[in-house]
Design a protein around this ligand. Structure first.
Ligand SMILES: *[C@@H]1O[C@H](CO)[C@@H](O)[C@H](O)[C@H]1NC(C)=O
Ligand SMILES: *[C@@H]1O[C@H](CO)[C@@H](O)[C@H](O)[C@H]1NC(C)=O
Ligand SMILES: *[C@@H]1O[C@H](CO)[C@@H](O)[C@H](O)[C@H]1NC(C)=O
Ligand SMILES: *[C@@H]1O[C@H](CO)[C@@H](O)[C@H](O)[C@H]1NC(C)=O
Ligand SMILES: *[C@@H]1O[C@H](CO)[C@@H](O)[C@H](O)[C@H]1NC(C)=O
Ligand SMILES: *[C@@H]1O[C@H](CO)[C@@H](O)[C@H](O)[C@H]1NC(C)=O
Length: 510
C-alpha cells in the first residue's frame, strides 16, 4: 500500500513536472487557484512559497511589503491538510488563498500593525480587525503586511510624503511598470504587490484616493466600497465619514471574491455597517460578473476630466474604450456638467482639510486608547516621538505639518459640523443630482480623478486597467456610482475588463 502510494506520488510529480499540467503561478487568479487545489496541481504551501520567493526577489527593489508573516507556511500547511481530509472549512470562499494586508489593518498575530510608523512598532492590538476576522473565516492565509507610505502622507501636505512613496519602516516604494514614475498621493505596497505577483490578492483602506489612485497607477483593479459596507473596526482611522476597506487585485473577479468575504455587519462598527447592510445582495457579488454587463447601462461622462491632448496614447485609447462600451450596448452620455465642480475639487476651499484633521485626532486617539499595549498613547505622543527621532522619521524632508494641524484641533464642533453639511450639499448637488436626473448607472472618469466627487459622502468606485502611456506608465478607467451601486459597477467593470483585456504584467522599465 505504502509502495503504491509512493508510486502514485511519483506519477503525479512526473505529470506536474511534465509541463502541460503544471500550475501557472504568474498572474494566477483565485478561480485558477481553486481549480489547481481541486485537480491536485497546486497546494497552498506551494503557492505561499511562490509568493515568498517573489517577495524575497522583488521587495529590495519595490519595497511593497513591510513584514512577512512567520506563520504563513504553517497556515498554508493547515489549509492543505484540511483540504485533503475533506474538513468542512475547506469549502470556505478563500480557503488557502494567500493575502497581503495593508499595514493600517490590525492583525492579532505575530505581525505588527504600525501604519508604516516607527512610533507604533511593538503596539499590541486586542483583536483582529473586523475584515481580517472575516478573511480568516473565509480560510485566507495571511502572507504579510503591505508597506504604507501614507503615514508620511499624514505628516506633510497631501502631495508631499505620499508623492515620494516613503515610510519610516517600509522604505521607498516603486512602481513596477516604470521604476522612476511618480507615485501618486498614497501609492503603496498593496497595489504594487498585486501588480508584481507578490501576493494572490491584497486588502487596502481608502479615506481619499488610497485605493483608487495606487490601483490605477499600478494597472490593477481596486474596489472602493460604499462606506459601511465593510467594517472599519481595528483599522487605524482617519475619518469615520470617509474610511472604507476594499480589495486591490489583478482582476475584477478576484476583487469580487475578496469583497464577498469582507462585507457585512460588525458590532464594533455598528452604525455604519448596519446602515449599509441593506445594500449587500443575498447571494453575494459574484453573480454580477457578467460578460454582457455593459449592455443597457447608462454611463455619464462629466466635463473637465477627459481633456487629453489629441494624438496622445491616453486620448486615443480612452476614445476607443468609449466606442467599445457603446458597441457592447451601453448608452454613453457626454458633456455633462457637475454643479460647482471647482468647489468640490478645492479641498482647502471646501473646508475638507479642517474637518479631516479634526476627525483624525479624535479617531486616532480612540484607536490608540483601545490597544492592549502601545509605546505611544496619543497623537501628541506620536508628534513627540517624531521629534525625538528626526533622522529615522525624515522630519527634515517631510515635516509633520498635518499631524501638527490635527493636534491643534479641538474635535468636531459647530464649525466642523457646518462644513460637513456643506460637503454633503456639494455632493448632493453634484454627482447625486446629475446621476439621478440622467438616470445614470455610473459616472466614468480617468484614473482616480473621481475621488473628490465620491469621497465626501462615502460613494463607491471601481478602477480597471485601461492602457499604458508613451512611457509605459499605466492608466485606468473608473466607474463610480451612488451608495450601494456595487452590483452594477461590477457588471460594467467586469465586461469592460473582459472585452478590452488591457492589463499586462509589469515591465520594470527604468
Ligand atoms: C489544474 O488546473 C490548472 C488551472 O488552475 C491548470 O493550469 C492545470 O493544467 C490543471 N492540471 C491538471 C492536472 O488538470
Ligand atoms: C514586529 O516588530 C518586532 C519589533 O518590535 C520585531 O521583532 C518582529 O520581528 C516584528 N514582527 C514581524 C512578523 O516582522
Ligand atoms: C462652490 O463650492 C465652494 C466650496 O468649495 C463654496 O464655497 C461655494 O459657495 C460653492 N458655490 C456654489 C455656487 O454653490
Ligand atoms: C480654493 O479655495 C480657496 C478659498 O476659497 C481660494 O482662496 C483658492 O483660490 C481656491 N483654489 C482654487 C485652485 O480654486
Ligand atoms: C474603543 O473602541 C470603541 C469602539 O470604537 C469605542 O467605543 C471606545 O470608546 C474606544 N475606547 C476605549 C477606551 O475603549
Ligand atoms: C494652531 O492654532 C493656533 C491658534 O489657532 C495658530 O496660531 C497656529 O498657527 C496653529 N498651528 C498649526 C500648526 O496649525
Amino acid at each position: 500500500m505504502a509502495r503504491l502510494r509512493a508510486l502514485l506520488t511519483l506519477a503525479v510529480l512526473a505529470l506536474v513536472a511534465g509541463g502541460s499540467c503544471a500550475f501557472e503561478f504568474e498572474e494566477a487568479t483565485i478561480d485558477s487557484i481553486l481549480v489547481g487545489f481541486k485537480n491536485g496541481s497546486l497546494t497552498s504551501t506551494a503557492l505561499v512559497r511562490y509568493y515568498l520567493d517573489q517577495i524575497t526577489r522583488l521587495n529590495p527593489l519595490l519595497h511593497a511589503v513591510i513584514e512577512v508573516n512567520p506563520d504563513a507556511l504553517r497556515q498554508a500547511a493547515r489549509a492543505d491538510a484540511e483540504r485533503s481530509t475533506g474538513h468542512h472549512r475547506a469549502a470556505a470562499g478563500l480557503h488557502g488563498v494567500p493575502l497581503l494586508i495593508k499595514d493600517l489593518i490590525a492583525t492579532r498575530d505575530r505581525l505588527n500593525t504600525t501604519a508604516g510608523s516607527l512610533a507604533l512598532l511593538g503596539s499590541v492590538v486586542r483583536r483582529d480587525a473586523g475584515v481580517v476576522a472575516r478573511l480568516r473565516r473565509a480560510g485566507a492565509v495571511v502572507l504579510g503586511k503591505a508597506n504604507l507610505p501614507e503615514w508620511a502622507n499624514f505628516r506633510s501636505a497631501r502631495s508631499a510624503g505620499g508623492l515620494h512613496g516613503w515610510s519610516a519602516r517600509g522604505g521607498q516604494s516603486r512602481d513596477p511598470y516604470v521604476l522612476s514614475a511618480n507615485l501618486c498621493g498614497s501609492s503603496t505596497g498593496s497595489s504594487i504587490a498585486a501588480a508584481a505577483n507578490m501576493a494572490a490578492v491584497t486588502l487596502r483602506t481608502e479615506t481619499m484616493d488610497s485605493i483608487l489612485c495606487p490601483a490605477s497607477l499600478n494597472s490593477v483593479v481596486g474596489i472602493k466600497p460604499t462606506v459601511g459596507l465593510t467594517s472599519r473596526s481595528g483599522v487605524i482611522p482617519f475619518s469615520s465619514r470617509q474610511d472604507t476597506v476594499g480589495p486591490i487585485c489583478r482582476t475584477v473577479a478576484d476583487a469580487v471574491h475578496v469583497l464577498d468575504a469582507i462585507v457585512g455587519y460588525d458590532a464594533l462598527d455598528a452604525a455604519a455597517t448596519k446602515a449599509a447592510s441593506k445594500y449587500i445582495p443575498q447571494d453575494g457579488y459574484k453573480q454580477f460578473l457578467k460578460i454582457e454587463g455593459l449592455n443597457g447601462k447608462r454611463i455619464g461622462i462629466p466635463n473637465g476630466f477627459f481633456d487629453f491632448t489629441d494624438g496622445t496614447e491616453r486620448q486615443i485609447v480612452y476614445k476607443q474604450h468609449l466606442n467599445t462600451m457603446k458597441q457592447y450596448g451601453a448608452t454613453v452620455i457626454e458633456n455633462l456638467d457637475i454643479a460647482n465642480l471647482s468647489g468640490i475639487l478645492n479641498i482647502t476651499g471646501s473646508g475638507l482639510l479642517n474637518v479631516l484633521t479634526a476627525e483624525f485626532k479624535f479617531n486616532l486617539n480612540n484607536y490608540l486608547s483601545n490597544l492592549s499595549y502601545s509605546p505611544v498613547h496619543s497623537l501628541a505622543e506620536i508628534i513627540a516621538f517624531n521629534n525625538a527621532h528626526p533622522v529615522e522619521e525624515k522630519l527634515k524632508e517631510y515635516g509633520q505639518q498635518v499631524l501638527l494641524m490635527s493636534e491643534n484641533t479641538t474635535g468636531i464642533g459647530t464649525q466642523e459640523r457646518t462644513i460637513i453639511r456643506q460637503l454633503e450639499e456639494l455632493s448632493e448637488n453634484g454627482i447625486v443630482k446629475l446621476m439621478t436626473e440622467h438616470r445614470l448607472d455610473a459616472i466614468l472618469t480617468p484614473d482616480s480623478e473621481a475621488t473628490p466627487l465620491i469621497a465626501y459622502i462615502g460613494l463607491p468606485g471601481i478602477v480597471v486597467p485601461a492602457g499604458y502611456d508613451e512611457q509605459g506608465v499605466p492608466f485606468s478607467i473608473c466607474y463610480s456610482g451612488l451608495k450601494g451601486y456595487e452590483p452594477r459597477l461590477i457588471e460594467m467593470a467586469y465586461a469592460f475588463e473582459q472585452t478590452t483585456k488591457a492589463r499586462k504584467p509589469p515591465m520594470f522599465k527604468n
